[in-house]
Ligand binder design. Structure first.
Ligand SMILES: O=C(O)c1ccccc1NCC(=O)[C@H](O)[C@H](O)COP(=O)(O)O
Length: 221
C-alpha cells in the first residue's frame, strides 16, 4: 500500500459521555470503545452504552470491551448496543471470543516481554486466537486491567503476524507521533491519554491526539 494513501486507524476507548462520542465522530475517529470489564472506572451498564451508541454518527465502529465477563453479559451488551466489534482482555479463549458471531480483537498484555521472543510470540498468538481479526498490544501486565496509561517496550511487538495490530498503552498527544512512526501499526487505541479523569475525555487532548496521528501519516519516512 502506498504510504500516501495509508491512514492509521484511531480508536478512543472508555467513552462514558454522549458529547465525547459525538466529538470523536467529528474528529474523524474510526472507532469508539465502551468498557464492560468489572472493576473498571469506565465500566458502563448496557443501557448507558446504548444511549451513547445512539449518539454515534454513521461509519464509526462501536467496540464493546470485556474482561472475563460471563457469556450472558456479553449477549446482553450485543442485544442493547449492537457493537460492530468485540474486544477481549481476559483469559477468554478463541472459541468463546468467536462464539458471539461478531468479529473480535484480542487484547494482549505486553509488559515485561523479551524482545528476543518476538517471532515465537507471534506464532503463539496466531495458534491461540486463529479467529481474531486483529491483536491489540497493550501496556499492562498479564491479569491486570488496561486503561492505566503504561507504555510498554515497542521493540517487543511480535513480528510476522500477518494480521493487523493496534498499538495501545500510554499513548498521548505528545508521544503518539513517535509511536506511529516507530511501529507502523494498523491503528492506535487510547483511553487515559485523552482524559482529565477516568472516563472523562478532554476535548483538546482528543483533537491534538488526532492531529498528531495525521501528522505521522503525512510524514515522508
Ligand atoms: O480501559 C479500561 O478501563 C480497561 C479495563 C479493563 C481492561 C481493559 C481496559 N482498557 C483497554 C483499552 O483498550 C485501553 O484503551 C488501553 O488499555 C489503553 O489504555 P491507556 O494506556 O490508558 O491509553
Amino acid at each position: 500500500m502506498s504510504k500516501t494513501l495509508f491512514r492509521t486507524r484511531i480508536k478512543f476507548c472508555g467513552m462514558t459521555r454522549a458529547g465525547d462520542v459525538r466529538l470523536a465522530s467529528e474528529l474523524g475517529v474510526d472507532a469508539v470503545g465502551f468498557v464492560f470489564a468489572e472493576g473498571s472506572p469506565r465500566r458502563l451498564q448496557p443501557e448507558e452504552a446504548r444511549a451513547m451508541r445512539n449518539a454515534m454518527e454513521p461509519l464509526v465502529d462501536a467496540v464493546a470491551l470485556f474482561k472475563d465477563n460471563p457469556a450472558d453479559e456479553v449477549r446482553a451488551v450485543l442485544k442493547q448496543v449492537r457493537p460492530s466489534l468485540l474486544q477481549f482482555h481476559g483469559s477468554e479463549d478463541d472459541v468463546f471470543c468467536k462464539s458471539f458471531g461478531v468479529p473480535y480483537i484480542k487484547g494482549i498484555p505486553m509488559r515485561g516481554l523479551d524482545p528476543a521472543q518476538r517471532a515465537q510470540h507471534a506464532i503463539q498468538l496466531l495458534m491461540k486466537y486463529p479467529a481474531a481479526s486483529a491483536f491489540l498490544f497493550d501496556g499492562h501486565a498479564e491479569g491486570q486491567q488496561g486503561g492505566t496509561g503504561e507504555v510498554f517496550d515497542w521493540s517487543t511487538i511480535p513480528t510476522g503476524l500477518g494480521k493487523p495490530f493496534v498499538l495501545a498503552g500510554g499513548l498521548r498527544p505528545d508521544n503518539v507521533f513517535d509511536a506511529v512512526i516507530s511501529t507502523l501499526p494498523w491503528g492506535v487505541d487510547v483511553a487515559s491519554g485523552i482524559e482529565s479523569a477516568p472516563g472523562i475525555k478532554d476535548g483538546d487532548k482528543m483533537r491534538r491526539f488526532v492531529e498528531e496521528v495525521r501528522r505521522a501519516d503525512c510524514h515522508p519516512d
